[in-house]
Design a protein around this ligand. Structure first.
Ligand code: NI
Length: 208
C-alpha cells in the first residue's frame, strides 16, 4: 500500500513536471514568434527633404533596405569618420555583394536642421560615397524622426573663441548605423567605430 502511494505520488510529480516543461516550451516559442518587431520599436514614418530639396517620406524608400546614420555637417570629427566608414563598407559590399549594394539605400539624416539646409547637405555629401543621400527638415520634422529612431542629440553652445568658422554650437549625438528592411522595419544597429569590412559583413549577414 505504502509502495503504491509512493509510486502514484512519483507519477503525479513526473506528470506535473512534464506539464510545466511543456508550458515553458509553449511560452518560449510564443515569445520567440512575437518578439522580432514588437519589442524593438525603432523607426517609423517620417516627412523630410533630401539634399536636392525634394520632399521624401518613408514610402519613397519602401522596397529596399536602408542604412541610416544621424549626424550634422558641422560635426568636427565623429560624423566625417562615420561617413568614411559607411563609404568604405559600401565599397566592400559593391565588390563582394553587388546585388545588395545596388539595393541598399544609405542615408545621412541631419540632427541640426537650423544649419543643415539641402544645399549644405549636398555640398557636405560630395566629400563622401556618392551613394549616400541626405535628409533634413524643419526642427519639428527632425525632432519627430529623432524620436522615432531613439536618437540622442543635444545642442551645446561653444565659447566664442572656439566657435570660429564651425558655427557657434556643436551637437552631442548618439552615433549608430541603423539597418532597416524594405518595409522600414528595424533590423539592427551597429556602432560607428566598427571597421568597414566588419560593418559590411554584418549588414550582409542581416540581409541574407
Ligand atoms: Ni557628429
Amino acid at each position: 500500500m505504502k509502495k503504491n502511494i509512493k509510486i502514484s505520488i512519483g507519477l503525479a510529480a513526473a506528470g506535473l513536471l512534464t506539464l510545466l516543461g511543456l508550458l515553458l516550451i509553449e511560452l518560449q516559442t510564443r515569445e520567440a514568434s512575437v518578439r522580432p518587431f514588437q519589442e524593438v520599436a525603432i523607426g517609423g514614418a517620417f516627412s523630410l527633404t533630401n539634399e536636392k530639396g525634394e520632399a521624401r517620406s518613408e514610402a519613397d524608400f519602401a522596397g529596399a533596405p536602408m542604412l541610416i546614420y544621424f549626424g550634422f555637417t558641422y560635426c568636427p570629427d565623429v560624423c566625417p569618420m562615420s561617413l568614411d566608414v559607411m563609404g568604405a563598407a559600401l565599397e566592400t559590399l559593391e565588390a563582394q555583394n553587388p546585388k545588395l549594394f545596388a539595393a541598399l539605400q544609405p542615408v545621412f539624416i541631419s540632427v541640426d536642421p537650423l544649419r543643415d539646409t539641402p544645399e549644405q547637405l549636398s555640398e557636405y555629401l560630395s566629400y563622401f560615397h556618392p551613394k549616400i543621400s541626405g535628409l533634413t527638415g524643419t526642427p519639428e520634422q527632425i525632432a519627430m524622426v529623432k524620436k522615432a529612431f531613439r536618437v540622442y542629440a543635444v545642442r551645446r553652445d561653444l565659447p566664442e573663441e572656439t566657435a570660429q568658422d564651425k558655427g557657434s554650437y556643436n551637437v552631442d549625438h548618439s552615433s549608430f548605423f541603423y539597418l532597416m528592411d524594405g518595409k522600414g522595419r528595424y533590423l539592427a544597429h551597429f556602432d560607428h567605430g566598427l571597421e568597414a569590412q566588419i560593418l559590411a559583413q554584418k549588414i550582409a549577414a542581416k540581409l541574407r
